[in-house]
Design a protein. Structure first.
Length: 476
């Protein structure tokens, strides 16, 4: 991979030079959160490991300094500072695979303000993308139920990195394999695939193509049957080849449908295969699928055993951007913490001030997640606990007895990694366990029940206090 040290927006460098000349060692606290989406009710945190690698490896070498010098914007003493740059701050984050909700701090940076500002674009790029794809995969896999989903998106991804890390994210979200061989090697992911329409068209006839493929892969033969006519040609020819394989002592795997009315075709093909004595042959479906299409296929009784999802997964086609942002919430100087808050005419762009903790409240009797609480760091969380809607203050819920879990974990302290990054397969397992702690109403694709994410009283009061301070000073 290329040196990513300059993976930043230009204004990060201009602001850094501005702070460099302030000659004031100020610590800043920034956090990443994502805003409410019209499509996603929840998200699956992903990208932490790659984001930390990016932060660790920022180094302005001779090539980077030469490029910046040639821009004729930056002073030599600032460039000298950059030449010895190393991130020395602290990072807390929710583990990958954690279910997260809008407004929650999921990646918290506490560092010299120049360091904290510089990493913004890089970590947002990584976390926004991987969280987006993990979330889309989760929605697809939840809708598919116990039917495996294979990620097929490499050729439609926006570049190699999006393809490779999109695959990783899809596995976190619940996919059980990929067509992406490089990602398979990199993370020990099961690789899957059959043959293309080009294979069939390269032979004089469909039957000859099927026989050639069966000869090459007699014990894993899955045939693509829609090149010419699925029911009049493809399935009958597949049955002929499956009969021949069985007579030779082999067990065919099944067929793949890639176009047409998948509900009707799968039901009819299932009947044809069963009547021919191939009840154990699987039906694999692909072709511009996502959770919404699968929802309708399920409703129509489609006989599909496994899904291959490409374009709409790897690009998150119906929601192509997560909307994660990186905002300053506090500064520290001479031991004093000063909360910071962005005020905006757009309500959704008003930020929550202060250094915060994120808690999940669980029902003690059944283990289900009941609500999340964003609180100020150091707050004592009482029992019983009454949480109040962050806007509609008349809406309250009281928990008499509950289990409380802190979601933010230390990842870097003084620039050193203190977190053990799990293997990809363990992250995927953790994600599945996490999702199982939420009622189905919160996870449904259409009109989900809104999960409670509330502010502690102290955080709410701090927010109101800062609003009044900002308005009274007319600093805006």
């Amino acid at each position: 991979m290329d040196n990513l040290s300059l993976l930043s927006d230009f204004y990060a460098l201009t602001m850094m030079q501005g702070h460099f000349y302030q000659k004031k060692q100020e610590t800043a606290v920034f956090e990443i959160f994502f805003r409410q989406s019209s499509t996603f009710n929840y998200a699956i945190a992903a990208g932490l490991e790659e984001a930390i690698k990016f932060v660790q490896n920022i180094k302005f070498g001779p090539d980077e300094i030469k490029y910046l010098r040639n821009l004729k914007v930056f002073s030599e003493d600032f460039l000298d500072y950059l030449s010895s740059f190393k991130f020395k701050g602290n990072i807390r984050a929710v583990p990958e695979g954690t279910v997260i909700f809008p407004g929650e701090p999921i990646f918290v940076v506490e560092a010299d303000i120049k360091e904290a500002m510089y990493i913004e674009a890089g970590v947002l790029n990584i976390i926004n993308h991987q969280t987006l794809i993990a979330t889309k995969a989760s929605r697809i896999c939840l809708t598919a139920g116990d039917k495996p989903v294979i990620e097929f998106g490499l050729r439609r991804a926006q570049g190699p990195d999006a393809g490779i890390y999109g695959t990783r994210s899809a596995i976190i979200g619940g996919c059980q394999g990929t067509s992406n061989v490089l990602a398979g090697q990199k993370w020990d992911i099961p690789v899957k695939g059959t043959h293309s329409h080009g294979w069939v068209l390269s032979f004089p006839s469909e039957l000859e193509a099927f026989r050639a493929y069966a000869k090459a892969f007699p014990d894993s033969c899955l045939l693509l049957v829609d090149t010419y006519d699925t029911l009049k040609s493809g399935v009958p020819n597949a049955i002929k080849v499956f009969d021949e394989l069985k007579r030779k002592g082999h067990k065919p795997l099944g067929i793949r449908l890639d176009s047409g009315d998948l509900a009707y075709l799968s039901v009819t093909a299932r009947k044809m295969l069963d009547e021919a004595g191939h009840k154990d042959a699987k039906i694999f479906a692909s072709g511009d699928l996502d959770e919404n299409v699968i929802l309708h296929l399920n409703a129509q009784g489609a006989c599909i055993d496994m899904y291959g999802i490409g374009t709409k997964l790897i690009t998150s086609q119906d929601n192509p951007s997560l909307g994660g942002v990186y905002k300053i919430v506090a500064t520290k100087s001479d031991g004093k913490i000063t909360p910071k808050m962005k005020l905006s005419d757009s309500f959704e762009k008003i930020t929550f001030p202060g250094i915060k903790e994120l808690y999940r409240i669980y029902n003690k009797s059944n283990g289900y997640a009941e609500a999340d609480l964003i609180a100020l760091q150091g707050e004592i969380i009482p029992k019983p606990l009454t949480i109040i809607h962050p806007i509609e203050r008349w809406k309250t819920t009281t928990f008499e007895d509950y289990d409380l879990r802190s979601l933010l974990a230390d990842v870097m302290i003084d620039g050193k990694v203190v977190y053990d990054f799990p293997k990809l397969q363990d992250i995927a397992k953790y994600c599945k366990q996490e999702l199982n702690t939420f009622w189905p109403e919160y996870k449904r694709i259409s009109n989900p029940h809104i999960y409670k994410v509330d502010l502690s009283d102290a955080l709410y009061e701090l927010k109101q206090e800062l609003i009044q301070q900002i308005k009274s000073k007319k600093s805006y």
